[in-house]
Design a protein around this ligand. Structure first.
Ligand SMILES: [Zn+2]
Length: 70
């Protein structure tokens, strides 16, 4: 019985993490969803390549840092 509760707890945490990891992507356009987190994108301003995960997306364009958005 305790084992079942443990399994339920682990599954619950996994589901929580799954949705927790997905929620930030809601609101992006369809095109942006196709890109993997590790896909390299070019900064719109300085042409530095950064991963999608690290980039900042403003109006559908990728930027390497807040400095480049100014
Ligand atoms: Zn840049």
């Amino acid at each position: 019985m305790i084992l079942k509760l443990l399994i339920l707890a682990v599954v619950g945490v996994m589901i929580y993490r799954f949705f927790g990891g997905r929620l930030p992507s809601i609101g992006k356009t369809a095109d942006e969803k196709k890109l993997d987190d590790d896909t390299l994108v070019e900064c719109e301003k300085c042409s530095t390549y950064v991963t999608v995960k690290e980039s900042i997306i403003v109006q559908g364009k990728y930027y390497c840092s807040h400095e480049c958005i100014k």
